[in-house]
Design a protein around this ligand. Sequence first.
Ligand SMILES: *[C@@H]1O[C@H](CO)[C@@H](O)[C@H](O)[C@H]1NC(C)=O
Ligand SMILES: *[C@@H]1O[C@H](CO)[C@@H](O)[C@H](O)[C@H]1NC(C)=O
Ligand SMILES: *[C@@H]1O[C@H](CO)[C@@H](O)[C@H](O)[C@H]1NC(C)=O
Ligand SMILES: *[C@@H]1O[C@H](CO)[C@@H](O)[C@H](O)[C@H]1NC(C)=O
Ligand SMILES: *[C@@H]1O[C@H](CO)[C@@H](O)[C@H](O)[C@H]1NC(C)=O
Ligand SMILES: *[C@@H]1O[C@H](CO)[C@@H](O)[C@H](O)[C@H]1NC(C)=O
Length: 496
Amino acid sequence: MVVTLCVVFILSACVHSCDGNLRFASYYGDHMVLQKSPERAVLWGYGPEGAQVTVSLSGPIKQKPLVVTVTKGIWRVTLDPVEAGGPYIVIAAVQNGTAVLTDVLFGDVWLCGGQSNMYFKTSQIFNASQELALAAKYPHVRPFMAALRLSETELIDLIQVELPWSVPTARRVAEFSAVCWLFGRYMYETLKYPIGLVESCWGGTPVEAWSSSRALQQCELDQTKDGPNNNSVLWNAMIHPLLNMTIKGAIWYQGEANTDYHQEKYNCSFPVMIDDWRMAFHQGSGGKTAHDFPFGFVQLSTYQKGSTDYGFPNIRWHQTADTGFVPNPRMKKTFMAVAMDLPDETSPYGSIHPRDKQDVAYRLTLGARAIAYNEKDVLFLGPFPKQILSTYKYVNITYDQTVSVTPSKDIFEICCSGTKAPCESKSPWVPVPIMQWGVTTVLLPNLCGGEAAALRYAWTNWPCDFKACPIYSRSRILPAPPFIIYAAKGNIWKSY
Ligand SMILES: *[C@@H]1O[C@H](CO)[C@@H](O)[C@H](O)[C@H]1NC(C)=O
Ligand SMILES: *[C@@H]1O[C@H](CO)[C@@H](O)[C@H](O)[C@H]1NC(C)=O
Ligand SMILES: *[C@@H]1O[C@H](CO)[C@@H](O)[C@H](O)[C@H]1NC(C)=O
Ligand SMILES: *[C@@H]1O[C@H](CO)[C@@H](O)[C@H](O)[C@H]1NC(C)=O
Ligand SMILES: *[C@@H]1O[C@H](CO)[C@@H](O)[C@H](O)[C@H]1NC(C)=O
Ligand SMILES: *[C@@H]1O[C@H](CO)[C@@H](O)[C@H](O)[C@H]1NC(C)=O
């Protein structure tokens, strides 16, 4: 009896590292989700130099143990593909010790990155108490959060873990990213298999902090800032250490910090960061994470009602590589949740932090279903112009889908070619009312008294009241994204 108790004590005392040497990298833990088939999960850790490490999996499906040798203090294996499910026990063993992960599930792993609107906690959103009460009903949606740390060099492991892999409880989810959690929960409702959520984000940070120096060079961004806003410092400490695991995809909510910092370069820095992350995760995982893994993001919501600053509209546009929609030829396999119709003027966290994260996450889920899971006929973006016909009397927009229209006097604006100032500046824009609309068309008066040079929609920081933009998809769930289209540049524009 005494002997048994002793064994139990020793086992429980050495769950992660029995010999002071053999252990998993900090990212691995009990209750974690590893990427399911067809991808293959990568496991790695530390061990005594030259030792043979045997990695085995015990659970619903057997796999033959993998044996590797520790080189430069590190061992690493790639599992055979494992179907969604579990729980599994993962055991890494050397001659004189073992490291064990218990209650491991296989499912899809999503990385959640960005700044404060991704960091925004579930306890801070509308209906927080109802949402938190549901947390325990989703034991197969597992959160993990990297601690906020920065580094001037690329690290191979996290400096610290904020929330180790956990079975969700109201208390844990309260402190976890709302967008990330809700995205995982809604995806679980669709997929019905485990979802791993890796939160790695930091409030107030520009895209430059999350980009490698390789990526920044491509956009000629070399100016440095302080602390967590400095070039590459969060890439180094909070993303680079994750590259060697296998992920399904990433979601991202960031851009506010770039409305007044290298705003004009965001059309380079953001698409380049996506490409660079894809390349790096693919390489780090030994080709197991797809080279074009799906990347979803939230288009900026709203800030400073009534402001005439163009920061938000410009970043919203740059988020789409200046096309207005995704995916597009520059940003393949991306999806976007439009959020400019979800303002929250009285948010106690400042209006830059709207509390409706449910709609944001739901719209992201639609994009993931269409782009990451190839579900046919799932619409995730609202109406976008397919053709613009302009005459001296009218500007006639044909959308790519059925529109649900509420008249507006000023959400559309035209720039007249006769004006002296270029359309990029503020003065030449004239608000035009919606005159008429059809199933897929919207007709505006051409108030130029001549040729219209450009047309824009929702081009302000705060274009609409809550869920009250003038143009939505037929179901009224998806707002039409903002756009700015030039007659001279756009091949969709025809003047008569
Ligand atoms: C296990 O062996 C390694 C050397 O191979 C040694 O460094 C380590 O301290 C040993 N651990 C225990 C618990 O004896
Ligand atoms: C920013 O980071 C670079 C290298 O990563 C470092 O050389 C520089 O001192 C940092 N600047 C500030 C202001 O922290
Ligand atoms: C990005 O936008 C700026 C204007 O804000 C423009 O001058 C530049 O040409 C654009 N760059 C790319 C790569 O589209
Ligand atoms: C992670 O991947 C990179 C790139 O393939 C490689 O250089 C590095 O050694 C890997 N680290 C581990 C711990 O396997
Ligand atoms: C909050 O709950 C109410 C009542 O169920 C619901 O009508 C509302 O849409 C919810 N708000 C959000 C943002 O989910
Ligand atoms: C607007 O364009 C649509 C599609 O080309 C066309 O059916 C409609 O008649 C046009 N409306 C006007 C007023 O020209």
